[in-house]
Design a protein around this ligand. Structure first.
Ligand code: NAP
Length: 243
């Protein structure tokens, strides 16, 4: 039986596990970082926690006799992706990267694309009320800017202390356009700062921003390691793993 490791933490990783588990010739092991308190679990075997860098992952691949690995982590999980590429190169275990497509600016949108969270923070001008959806660990990059108030939405709470000019909203997608419109109006938000995560589960904020003429600061994805094989659909990843 072919043993496939899925590096997960995304809806696509869960969908891939569900698809592969239906194949009697494939045994799937899904891996989660173990960062969020109540993760959505994929079907099948799941392990949680870091591997200990590329060397740790290489040892895991050997110990678990993994035949193929799909990196279906979030597009901003750059360290895990770098480790996967390194471990694959050292071990010879084939690696495929599954990334959902990024979001595209359309008519009526007003986006500024930036290369990093720090560049996004540098674009903020006081006085400004900011809708921040870049993740709880990025909060320190945006705090302490005079005249900048933040509505920071995240799945789990950020590390304390949280400054007075930050309102934390704990929530997890999927979100609706009506809900996002109400949130933007209620908090009189001036700008949305987000990462180019892509996908439909969290795209409603972009539709709401368009409808309200709200500018968006969009942090671009980090580049992939050179030479990795990339697909953007679960079906393509499943076909590759089954081959
Ligand atoms: P990261 O910065 O690339 O990873 C940091 C470390 O966490 C890695 O070096 C690895 O530890 C461990 N790790 C990450 N993903 C793992 C996985 N699937 N299985 C086992 N260990 C993993 O990643 P991150 O941005 O902290 O994201 C962590 C997880 O959350 C990812 O699995 C990702 O898919 C998911 N996620 C991330 C975001 C985001 O915005 N970054 C959003 C939604 C979901 P070792 O070096 O010890 O192996």
């Amino acid at each position: 039986m072919k043993r496939v490791l899925i590096l997960g933490g995304t809806a696509e990783a869960r969908a891939l596990a569900a698809e592969l588990i239906a194949d009697p010739g494939v045994h799937v092991v899904s891996s989660l970082a173990g960062r969020v308190s109540k993760p959505r679990l994929p079907v099948g075997e799941v392990r949680q926690g870091g591997f200990g860098g590329a060397a740790g992952l290489e040892a895991f691949l050997a110990g678990e006799k993994i035949d193929a690995m799909v990196d279906a982590t979030h597009p901003f999980a750059a360290r895990m992706t770098a480790s996967a590429a390194e471990a694959a190169a050292r071990s010879g275990v084939p690696l495929l990267v599954l990334r959902r497509p990024g979001w595209q600016e359309g008519p009526g949108d007003s986006w500024q694309r930036v290369a990093s969270l720090h560049e996004a923070a540098a674009r903020l001008r006081a006085p400004m009320r900011v809708f921040l959806t870049t993740g709880r660990r990025s909060l320190p990059v945006f705090t302490g800017l005079p005249g900048v108030w933040l509505l920071a939405r995240s799945v789990d709470p950020p590390e304390p202390p949280v400054p007075d000019d930050v309102h934390v909203l704990l929530d997890r997608g999927p979100y609706t356009v009506d809900g996002e419109l109400a949130l933007i109006r209620e908090h009189r938000l001036d700008v949305l700062v987000t990462k180019d995560s892509g996908g439909r589960l969290t795209a409603a904020k972009l539709v709401a921003a368009r409808e309200l003429g709200l500018p968006v600061i969009m942090v671009n994805r980090p580049p992939l390691p050179p030479g990795v094989r990339l697909v953007d659909t679960v079906a393509a990843a499943a076909a590759w793993a089954q081959e």
